[in-house]
Write a protein that binds this ligand. Structure first.
Ligand SMILES: C[S@@+](CC[C@H](N)C(=O)[O-])C[C@H]1O[C@@H](n2cnc3c(N)ncnc32)[C@H](O)[C@@H]1O
Length: 324
């Protein structure tokens, strides 16, 4: 797609994002097959995620938005004015935009792997906020958090809403937060993170959120197979697979899988794999957190002065923490 005129050239994608087949094929060939959740987000996947956010069962988006709305003055006071707002996995950029008036950032840097969707979102946003410098970066932040020099180094605020941190397992989450800390200016208090995290709650509420009645989350999960076909030349037929989502209480996480409906063979250039009926491909974890988990992770990653805000049901937490 042609790039909209308003948008500066994107930061060059990480090498892994340019040639993802190797990682994908290693995952498909593994004893327990896996596809990273970052592959959900082709143009259709990004739109399906927007639809998920509108579902009655999917409480995280509206709960987090309500926390931002109710506490934006306190959040702005904690963050300080004129930050460089770096939005990790910006999607449609709606959450960051809801905070522009309160935070008054000096620069907005939405980062996303879903390149076309990112540019479309930012083109619309730039028209609404013509005075705010915007620098969209189409990159895979799980591969690198190295930002171009055009990203202002002063008062960086990494914005990481939507409990996306929960897609990492606990060790990866700590490593990722450490990399965010390393991308902040050296001095204590010179920058920080504003992060939204989903809290442990009743398994029925959690499972409904990831297995909605009209099947939008199922479509989102199955669409990853179309994206993998396009990227890696596999011949997945989505109708041979079924969406599975459940809460694993011991591991404090929702697990999403795709389960083969029958014995089948998936082929790709140079390889193939048999899946037996009932065999699964793991596509997403969504870890849930306690307040102690969040404070412990941030502390261990090099952040301090944590402030937290919650909704009335304590289903979701928004946390600001400063670099120590
Ligand atoms: C669950 S959506 C969240 C969107 C939005 N931040 C929100 O909270 O509603 C995750 C977003 O992160 C992006 N994303 C996922 N993995 C990524 C990665 N490794 N690098 C860059 N963007 C990624 C996706 O394209 C998608 O827009």
């Amino acid at each position: 797609m042609a790039q909209p005129a308003l948008i500066p050239s994107p930061w060059e994608a990480a090498p892994e994002a340019r040639a993802p087949h190797a990682e994908l094929l290693v995952g498909l060939a593994a004893r327990e097959a896996v596809i990273s959740p970052k592959y959900f987000y082709d143009p259709l996947g990004s739109k399906l995620f927007e639809a998920i956010c509108a579902l009655p069962e999917y409480y995280p988006t509206r709960t987090e938005a309500a926390i931002f709305a109710a506490h934006q003055e306190a959040i702005a006071a904690a963050v300080g004015q004129s930050c460089t707002l770096i939005d990790l996995g910006a999607g449609n950029c709606v959450k960051a935009a809801s905070l522009f008036d309160a935070l008054r950032p000096r620069q907005y840097v939405p980062v996303d792997i879903s390149t076309d969707f990112l540019h479309q979102s930012v083109a619309g946003l730039q028209k609404r906020f013509p005075q705010l410098p915007m620098l969209p970066l189409a990159m895979d932040f799980s591969a690198t958090l190295a930002l171009p020099e055009t990203v202002d180094a002063q008062r960086r605020l990494f914005f990481y809403p939507g409990s996306s941190l929960g897609n990492f397992d606990p060790a990866q989450a700590l490593d990722f937060l450490r990399r965010v800390r390393a991308a902040l200016p050296v001095g204590p208090g010179e920058g920080g993170i504003l992060i939204g995290l989903d809290l442990v709650k009743d398994a029925r509420v959690l499972e409904a959120a990831y297995d909605d009645a009209i099947g939008v989350t199922a479509a989102f999960n199955l669409n990853v197979l179309n994206h993998v076909n396009a990227l890696a030349g596999t011949d997945f037929a989505p109708r041979d697979w079924r969406h599975v989502a459940f809460y694993n209480a011991r591991q404090q996480r929702i697990e999403m899988h795709l389960e083969a409906r029958r014995d089948l063979i998936v082929r790709w250039p140079g390889g193939r794999r048999t899946f037996h009926q009932g065999e699964r491909i793991h596509t997403e974890y969504s870890h849930k957190f306690t307040e102690q988990d969040i404070l412990g992770l941030l502390e261990e990653a090099g952040f301090g002065n944590c402030r937290m805000w919650f909704d009335e049901r304590r289903w979701f937490a928004v946390c600001h923490a400063q670099a120590r």
